[in-house]
Design a protein around this ligand. Structure first.
Ligand code: NAD
Length: 352
């Protein structure tokens, strides 16, 4: 018997097709009536449509969210929050937009409704990463957990093929690390295995048929489960490597997760046999690392960090940064081991 602590997180989840139509109802449920809609510039029109749908309960759109939540953008959005006397935010988009909603909540205590349109999972976590002068810092506080999450499968139909695959494998990474987390527990392990299985069976279908609604529903369901894993337990080597590569080498978030995951799993496999067994069962294969590598190929994702502009000469610097203050990890972190892992990921070699 493995003793454990389980902390349920207080968020309300509405899941289905066409659920965006329930937004006003959900706003009323929170007792809010002056909503600011957040988006990236690419999703501005979608945010305008949401504003229109809200009628007099919507007061404006701020469509300038950006990757890694730069504080200058949050400061700019805060001006709008004050000018419009906002009482809640509605973030429609991926992790970048949801991150802005969290950053505003941290500064104001305003309620949040998150409407995710990717599979990144931020909507289910009390985690906020912010960037100041190119430095990314991350904090965990319930103050940033969205009160309500509306998952609408229809909104994911426009997610392009590349982003669908890499964003989905980004979600899988949360569940993989939850399976060997120091503070893992049986409930999260169930969610993790189910989340990996749902994404692994749906992402290759989506890669060939972007508008397959059943596969899109399965993927969003998996993303929800994987996001809940990230929100509940601590992450290890894989997330540390991706934070280093994203924060200090400016590599794109979802692609980096997709490329690094098989190598991080290969590194940790000897120290986490139970987790590997569950990952393999979820993927339907007999080796977790190569199974994840093959899933990346099945969705047409890039296989090597070199494709993202990470050179072999960057390996030593990244190794030094990733090993300086490592997260807890099931296997000891060694400089040689991480340098080898990053060299393999740089070249995109099939993990052994
Ligand atoms: P993203 O939010 O940056 O979105 C990428 C692009 O895709 C944007 O231009 C966006 O507008 C567009 N897009 C989103 N959904 C779309 C759709 N359905 N159709 C067409 N275009 C769409 O990407 P992401 O991978 O979702 O989020 C990455 C960010 O989220 C990073 O900053 C990462 O650090 C953060 N993140 C945070 C957590 C957390 O728990 N705090 C978890 C995961 C990710």
């Amino acid at each position: 018997m493995q003793p454990f602590v389980y902390n349920g997180l207080p968020s309300r989840v509405v899941f289905g097709r066409g659920t965006l139509s329930r937004l006003s109802e959900e706003l009323a449920h929170l007792g809010c009536s002056r909503a600011l809609v957040l988006a990236t510039p690419q999703q501005q029109q979608q945010a305008q449509d949401v504003l229109q749908q809200l009628g007099d309960k919507g007061v404006g759109v701020y469509a300038n969210a950006a990757m890694h939540t730069p504080v200058e953008i949050t400061d700019d959005a805060m001006q709008v929050v004050k000018e419009l006397d906002v009482d809640c935010t509605i973030a429609i988009g991926g992790g970048s937009t949801i991150g802005l909603g969290k950053a505003i909540a941290l500064r104001t205590g305003l309620a949040q409704i998150a409407i995710p349109t990717t599979y990144a999972g931020s909507e289910m976590t009390p985690i906020l990463g912010e960037t100041r002068d190119g430095e990314k810092t991350t904090q965990r506080t319930l103050d940033v957990l969205p009160e309500t999450v509306i998952y609408d499968v229809d909104l994911t139909l426009t997610l392009p093929a590349g982003m669908s695959g890499t964003s989905g494998i980004n979600a899988i990474a949360h569940a993989v690390e939850a399976l060997y987390a120091r503070d893992g527990n049986p409930v999260i392990a169930l969610m993790a295995e189910e989340g990996i299985a749902a994404l692994a069976r749906s992402l290759p279908v989506i890669a060939n048929d972007l508008s397959n609604v059943d596969a899109r529903a399965d993927a969003l369901y998996g993303a929800w489960l994987c996001g809940a894993c990230l929100g509940s337990v601590g992450m290890s080597l894989h997330h540390k490597l991706c934070h280093t590569l994203g924060g200090s080498f400016n590599l794109p978030h979802a692609e980096t997760h997709t490329i690094v995951l098989p190598y991080a799993v290969a590194y940790n496999a000897p120290a986490a046999p139970q987790a590997m067994m569950r990952i393999q069962r979820a993927l339907g294969c007999d080796d977790a690392a190569t199974g994840l590598y093959d899933l990346g190929r099945a969705v047409g994702a890039p296989s090597a960090l070199s494709e993202l502009g990470f050179g072999i000469n960057d390996v030593d610097k990244a190794t030094a940064m990733a090993t300086r203050n490592p997260y807890w990890n099931p296997r000891d972190i060694t400089v040689d081991g991480i340098a080898r892992l990053l060299s393999n990921a740089q070249a995109g070699l099939r993990p052994q």
